[in-house]
Ligand binder design. Structure first.
Ligand SMILES: [Zn+2]
Length: 385
């Protein structure tokens, strides 16, 4: 039985407060919503995945095993659109972009997930889940339109985001894929489990040839690869609504059991006051940043703000962390045997307070305490070479 000396506390989005993290056994399951591979990895992606990387390292150092799954949305309107714009095959585009994503993250010493399910290879599981939801009265068919989730059949819909129905409608109005929805839906908040489409790649189903809804993907894959309830479900905070809200409705609607025990969300990376995003085009790519700063420097920089706070990109600050990484590397010992300083563990146990850890780390460097500096840097996943 895992007995942490000090209890890890995490902020749980559903409960809106920090709660003690209590594992159920030796193995903790973690599901993080992954990328749609049609464009290059930007600092916002890297930050999100590195936060979970630190969480995993911290749990594993505490004697737990972590089973980590992260999906690849390799079929999506945005991939199809990009492939069409570039005159490329959508599968090939997705594979190339995924390879680049993995290269970028490997450069940052990211702990690769144990399972990386791909949407296109999990269609059976998605169809089965859709059918289950229909049998349980949560879904309805639209003739020639597909299968939709009826949100009013799930009274807890909205509990994660705490959005009012009108706010939900405003958010949905800005989403690409909801524009493809059938206007015959019973409520504007109902979402597609299966969308019947005429062109592009389609898969056969009871509801006609079409494509699965994006939310369905994560419910089906997490259930298949990790079981329910998940210990930790994570992702960027822009996924809270509609994506995670809808995942809960699907997963709990289908199984009658709780979906996830802890919801952990990472705030956005910003540039020029706006969220870094493909649609705005205000992105800094990992591979470009790595021409100006080392991987260790970038890792430190991305962990230098608390994960729940939005992070405004600052080139100067990034370079300062790069300089600090050089200092660390010069000081690092080939072998450090010290225990992790208690104050560092306490900071991480305190809802992953990495800015506090980095302040402590700077203190060890100033004090020429090479032993502690090395141990803490390695704990955070730095390579020090
Ligand atoms: Zn997801």
């Amino acid at each position: 039985m895992y007995r942490p000396t000090r209890m890890l506390a995490l902020y749980d989005t559903l409960r809106r407060r920090r709660v003690p993290f209590r594992p159920r056994g030796r193995t903790v399951t973690l599901y993080v919503c992954g990328v749609t591979p049609y464009d290059t990895t930007h600092l916002g992606h890297a930050r999100t995945f590195l936060v979970f990387d630190v969480l995993i390292r911290h749990l594993e150092a505490g004697g737990l095993r972590v089973k980590y799954a992260q999906n690849v949305t390799d079929i999506d309107e945005s991939i199809l659109q990009r492939a069409a714009d570039r005159g490329r095959d959508w599968r090939e585009l997705g594979r190339d972009e995924e390879r680049k994503f993995l290269q970028d993250m490997r450069a940052l010493s990211w702990r690769r997930p144990d399972v990386m399910p791909h949407a296109t290879r999990e269609i059976d599981a998605m169809r089965a889940l859709a059918e289950r939801l229909e049998r349980r009265g949560h879904a309805y068919r639209i003739p020639d339109g597909g299968l939709y989730y009826e949100v009013t059949t799930f009274p807890r819909y909205g509990r994660l985001s705490r959005f009012s129905p009108s706010k939900m409608r405003r958010v949905l109005a800005q989403q690409d894929d909801t524009r493809l929805d059938d206007s015959r839906k019973r409520s504007p908040l109902d979402f597609a489990l299966w969308r019947r489409v005429a062109d592009g790649p389609t898969w056969p189903s009871e509801y006609g040839p079409g494509r699965p809804g994006w939310h369905l993907e994560c419910s089906a894959m997490s259930l298949r690869h990790l079981d329910q309830p998940l210990d930790v479900h994570g992702g960027g905070d822009d996924l809270i609504f509609p994506h995670h809200e809808s995942e809960i409705a699907q997963s709990e609607g289908a199984t009658g059991r709780p979906f996830a025990r802890y919801w952990v969300h990472v705030a956005a990376m910003k540039l020029g006051g706006e969220k870094m995003s493909k649609s705005k085009g205000n992105m800094v790519f990992v591979r470009d940043a790595l021409t100006r700063v080392s991987a260790d420097g970038l890792r430190l920089y991305l962990l230098s703000k608390h994960y729940r706070k939005p992070f405004e990109h600052d080139e100067e600050e990034m370079r300062r962390w790069g300089a600090f990484a050089v200092q660390l590397r010069e000081m690092a010992l080939p072998r450090a045997t010290a225990q992790l300083p208690r104050e560092v563990k306490a900071a991480l146990d305190d809802d992953l307070d990495t800015p506090r850890v980095l302040r402590l780390l700077r203190g060890y460097v100033r004090a020429r305490d090479a032993e502690s500096a090395t141990v803490v840097a390695r704990y955070l996943g730095l390579r020090l070479r």
